[in-house]
Ligand binder design. Structure first.
Ligand SMILES: Nc1ncnc2c1ncn2[C@@H]1O[C@H](COP(=O)(O)OP(=O)(O)O)[C@@H](O)[C@H]1O
Ligand SMILES: O=C(O)C1=C[C@@H](OP(=O)(O)O)[C@@H](O)[C@H](O)C1
Ligand SMILES: [Mg+2]
Length: 167
């Protein structure tokens, strides 16, 4: 048992939004590791960062990813920083990993519209730039398919993923 598709990419690339739409399109179940972590911790991601620290969040996240990769059969969206864990990078080898690419300006606009992300509270633009620059090679190295999302609506991103995964 393993997911049909695993979505990776920085915050604001659309993993959660596009993942849900892709699952609908494929008639598959959707799962998001941030939501799994929140269920286990019994509180929102933001509260885990504040009350328990990022390190604890990363532990919970690595375990949530491990479990989801082992038992979920549909579409799986990871949190943007999940790939920072070496164990997660190793587990992702051989999966249908799709990297959602986004430019800095679009990412800033999108996370500005969405719910709180604890790493981006202070100066979101410069935090996002740093995080995106550092992680880009990691996302690229794990991706089986890469889809640019800047000029595309979520539905169009789904179209590109489906095309990219076609044998
Ligand atoms: N392709 C897109 N075009 C425009 N807005 C988008 C796109 N993808 C996502 N969004 C919006 O950006 C915000 C962040 O999306 P989200 O799915 O939470 O990203 P992620 O899970 O990668 O951090 C949401 O408000 C979502 O509606
Ligand atoms: O990039 C990151 O380190 C994080 C991304 C978030 O998920 P999204 O990428 O879905 O926003 C969430 O896991 C947490 O706020 C940390
Ligand atoms: Mg998300």
């Amino acid at each position: 048992m393993s997911p049909r598709v695993v979505l990776i990419g920085p915050p604001g690339s659309g993993k959660s939004t596009v993942g849900r739409l892709l699952a609908d399109r494929l008639g598959a179940a959707f799962r998001d590791t941030d939501a799994d972590v929140e269920i286990v911790a019994g509180k929102p991601v933001g509260d885990i960062f504040v009350e328990d620290g990022e390190e604890r969040f990363r532990e919970l996240e690595a375990e949530a990813v491990r479990r989801a990769l082992a038992e979920h059969e549909g579409v799986l969206s990871l949190g943007g920083g999940a790939v920072l864990a070496e164990v997660t990078r190793e587990l992702l080898a051989g999966h249908s990993v799709v990297y959602l690419e986004v430019g800095l300006s679009q990412a800033v606009q999108r996370v500005g519209l969405a719910s709180a992300r604890p790493l981006l509270v202070l100066n979101p633009r410069s935090q996002l730039k740093k995080l995106m620059d550092a992680r880009r090679p990691v996302y690229e190295g794990l991706a089986m398919v890469t889809v640019a999302t800047d000029e595309r609506k979520p539905d169009e991103v789904v179209d590109e993923i489906v095309k990219g995964l076609r044998p």
